[in-house]
Design a protein around this ligand. Structure first.
Ligand code: GLY
Length: 610
């Protein structure tokens, strides 16, 4: 048996023993609710963390995929109540903010791609830098950048949250159920309590910085400073109160008044204070969040993704197009593990794509695209030329290219750590599809929690999205970095919400995306290649081992790749780094009979549908 087969066997045993019972349990209480949505709080058995096997799920009419069973279930119940894919996504997000607070929430931002059967709509809810922030935000008095972890765990990293404005905009355009009804699952779970899952427990236990925040320490830890144990029934009255107000009075109840005042107070009273103001927060809802998806043909598919400030789609498509220009590898997979020959090509394509990403991509409201058009980076002649740089041996690191004879005065941003995030894929009964990736950046964001000024226990975590900007404004030669901090600017993202269609008929094929910092790009590319090139179903594609290259060492997921694969890569000149690569892919595919969904075994996600 290969390592992969052994792991699959363990997965099957674990699935039958630990995960399946979750789906066999019926709902319990049916509390009285004030809205028209009758939400049933599901049973909440304890789920294992670590590598949890997932079966893949077939549905006939609709499907909801999210990173936590309670969040998936909320979306499921909303669609059963007559809601649209966007209605479900709103309910999912509001529950994720409660049960997976480490990854996304109302204190962060997100991107949504929404397909309405005719058109794709893209909505940009990325956080903005405060008006008082400038390119020196993360420099100390000597002009030295703060250590990355210190920058993250500070008020400086907190951007103006975009999530609520994004959800409201999407609802205005695609919602069916009334806005306030979409809040019912999250409010009831916050008031009645949810069972703290093993993943959240283990992340709380391993995070030293969150305890320094007085609200978070009182809420997530006991008197001795130990993380609340798995299975603790955790109520979040502050979050419930904030949601009730936003449900009834609209998003101004978040962007103005006591919630906004509390965000500012929490950020400015931090020992390393930030510069966000109530005026910055009040200004967010007036932004136009609509943007245009980028769609590109690849083989018989049209692959649509998010434009800058996300680097996701452009970088993924550069990788796919460069691979397409190379000699096909006879055997890309052996025993469901990518071979060294194929990995070599993928790693080299990644290096070239990341070199361009780090030179050019930033908020398009502040930075011009090469030759005025981001599609220039996906030009076939340009990428055919770039592909010639891939040889039989590793190129080491790649230099950025020059799409369309474009003179760039920008310096290259060095790769910084990126992490966190959550992904939601949904298709509703009318065939409307959503791909939404959502984040507060690193695990537990800035480690600053706000109770929204309620004075009640709990609340929500504030993002550290501004550390997705370059901490240094210039490169070593003094050239400005495109993705430097500027007031009102949105930091570059790797989030890659993706929708795939048949090129000729326009039929929906798949919705996919992942968390994972800059590796979101590789994880999403892996899932696309698995489904569209290697003919795997969504679950098989997600289960494939992970691999990444950020224009340096070739990173392989620990526990999958044999010594012979590693040695073969090293013989081709790769520096190989074997470590955990914790993707959190969710995907839904159209099938002849309906839909097939997959969720990442590395996290707690599930798919539900009828
Ligand atoms: N903070 C994760 C991303 O935007 O890429």
């Amino acid at each position: 048996m290969t390592t992969f087969e052994i792991r699959r066997s363990v997965q099957i045993v674990l699935f039958v023993g630990l995960i399946l019972p979750f789906f066999l349990l019926t709902g319990c209480d049916q509390p009285e609710v004030e809205s028209g949505v009758t939400y049933t709080i599901p049973e909440q058995p304890e789920l294992p963390t670590g590598y949890n096997p997932k079966p893949g799920w077939s549905t006939s009419e609709f499907a909801v995929a999210a990173a936590n069973p309670l969040a998936t279930d909320a979306g499921y119940q909303i669609i059963r109540a007559g809601g649209s894919a966007i209605d479900a996504a709103i309910a999912v997000q509001l529950v994720l903010s409660l049960v997976e607070p480490q990854s996304s929430g109302i204190g962060g931002g997100a991107f949504i791609l929404a397909w309405d059967g005719d058109e794709i709509h893209a909505y940009n809810g990325r956080e903005t830098a405060p008006s008082a922030a400038d390119e020196n935000l993360f420099l100390d008095d000597d002009g030295t950048p703060l250590p990355y972890a210190s920058a993250v765990r500070s008020g400086l990293s907190v951007g103006v949250p975009g999530t609520f404005a994004l959800l409201k905009t999407a609802h205005e355009n695609h919602g069916i159920l009334p806005w306030e009804e979409l809040f019912t699952p999250a409010i009831l779970l916050a008031e009645n309590g949810f069972n703290l899952g093993p993943r959240l427990h283990s992340l709380l236990e391993n995070d030293e910085a969150l305890k320094n925040d007085d609200i978070a320490r009182a809420f997530y830890y006991d008197d001795e400073g130990n993380a609340l144990s798995t299975g603790t029934n955790l109520k979040n009255p502050a979050y419930a109160e904030i949601l009730r107000n936003v449900a009834q009075h609209g998003i101004s109840a978040f962007y103005e008044g006591s919630v906004a005042a509390d965000i500012v107070s929490r950020v400015s009273s931090h020992e390393r204070p930030g510069v966000i103001s109530e005026a910055d927060i009040a200004a967010y809802p007036a932004l136009d969040l609509r943007t245009e998806a980028m769609c590109n043909v690849w083989r018989e598919y049209e692959i649509c993704g998010f434009p800058p400030p996300s680097s996701g789609h452009i970088t993924i498509m550069q990788m796919l197009y460069i691979l397409e220009n190379l000699d096909p590898v006879d055997e890309p997979l052996a025993d469901s593990v990518p071979t060294a020959e194929w990995l070599h090509q993928f790693m080299e394509a990644s290096k070239l794509a990341f070199a361009d990403r780090n030179q050019y991509i930033a908020d398009p409201l502040f930075v011009e695209a090469p030759v005025g058009n981001w599609q220039s980076m996906l030009n076939s002649d340009y990428l055919a030329d770039r592909s010639t740089l891939v040889t039989d041996t590793s190129m080491g690191t790649a230099e950025p290219g020059n799409p369309g004879d474009f003179y760039s005065a920008y310096g290259v941003q060095i790769q910084q750590p990126e992490s966190g995030t959550s992904h939601i894929s949904i298709v509703d009964r009318d065939g409307n599809a959503v791909s939404m990736t959502t984040t507060i950046e690193s695990g537990f964001g800035s480690r600053i929690m706000s109770d929204g000024g309620t004075g009640l226990a709990g609340g929500f975590l504030l993002n550290n999205e501004l550390t997705d900007f370059s901490l240094t404004p210039t490169d070593d030669d003094g050239n400005p970095i495109a993705n430097r901090v500027e007031p009102g600017k949105r930091p570059r993202s790797s989030m890659s919400p993706t929708l795939v269609f048949k090129k000729d008929s326009g039929e929906f094929v798949a919705s996919v995306g992942s968390p994972g910092g800059a590796a979101i790009i590789h994880y999403t590319a892996k899932a696309l290649i698995g489904m569209l090139d290697w003919g795997l179903n969504a679950q098989e594609a997600i289960d494939l081992p992970n691999f990444a290259n950020f224009n340096g060492p070739s990173v392989l997921e620990e526990g999958y790749f044999s010594a012979s694969v590693i040695e073969a890569l090293e013989a081709m000149g790769h520096e190989v780094d074997v470590r955990a690569l914790t993707s959190g892919l969710q995907a839904i595919q159209r099938t002849d009979d309906g839909y097939f969904g997959g969720a990442d075994p590395r996290r707690e996600g599930v798919v539900m549908g009828d």
